[in-house]
Design a protein around this ligand. Structure first.
Ligand code: NI
Length: 203
């Protein structure tokens, strides 16, 4: 009797631990869920609007590797840091950087109009393309990249956002090639970007 109860308790504990661990993993901004599931694809077709008000789709990127990052212009730290580090990386890569596209997709399209994105991105490398769209367009592209974000209400009716902090690296065929984590050392970033540009595997 006692032995059976203990088995049941152990089984229940194992289930709870699995659920908790699964939840933590799924919500960790450093580890996009798709990295652990080889069968899951990352990326896909999209159609968005650049900071110049022009349409840009995945088809326009065919033949060129790209790095894509989800964020928002009101972000206090992660986005400006990432954009600044990408600006530094592009400068260091020199002419090779022209063989790469860098995309910054807003997860806050209500506030991030093309005009607002254009003004914000003036502080960073001019080759970084800001993208926004309707809420449905942003939801669709976010889902295809397995990116997450959520609105966090602030006092006074304002809000901020939590969001995936990794940069997704996509090869010239538009296939997922790896990620750069938030806070990753610059030499690691440069190594991954150089491999991506050269067309090799990034890891
Ligand atoms: Ni951010």
């Amino acid at each position: 009797m006692a032995g059976r109860s203990r088995t049941i308790i152990l089984a229940l504990t194992a289930i709870v631990l699995l659920v908790v661990a699964g939840g933590l993993y799924a919500w960790s901004p450093e580890k996009p869920p798709a990295v652990l599931a080889g069968a899951v694809t990352i990326g896909g077709p999209f159609k968005l609007t650049t900071q110049d008000g022009k349409p840009l789709s995945d088809a326009d990127l065919k033949g060129k590797p790209f790095a894509v990052f989800f964020g928002f212009t009101h972000c206090p730290e992660v986005c400006p840091t990432t954009l600044w580090e990408m600006t530094e990386a592009l400068k260091t890569l020199g002419p090779d950087a022209d063989r790469l596209k860098v995309l910054f997709i807003s997860v806050d399209p209500t506030r991030d109009t093309p005009e607002f994105l254009a003004r914000y991105l003036q502080s960073f490398d001019k080759r970084i393309v800001g993208l926004t769209g309707t809420e449905a367009e942003i939801d669709a592209v976010g889902k295809s990249y397995r990116a997450y974000w959520e609105k966090i209400p602030l006092d006074g009716g304002d809000y901020t956002m939590n969001h995936t902090a990794s940069i997704f690296l996509m090869d010239a065929k538009g296939q997922f090639a790896g990620t750069i984590s938030y806070g990753e050392a610059m030499d690691m970033r440069l190594g991954k970007l150089r491999k991506l540009i050269a067309g090799g595997a990034v890891s």
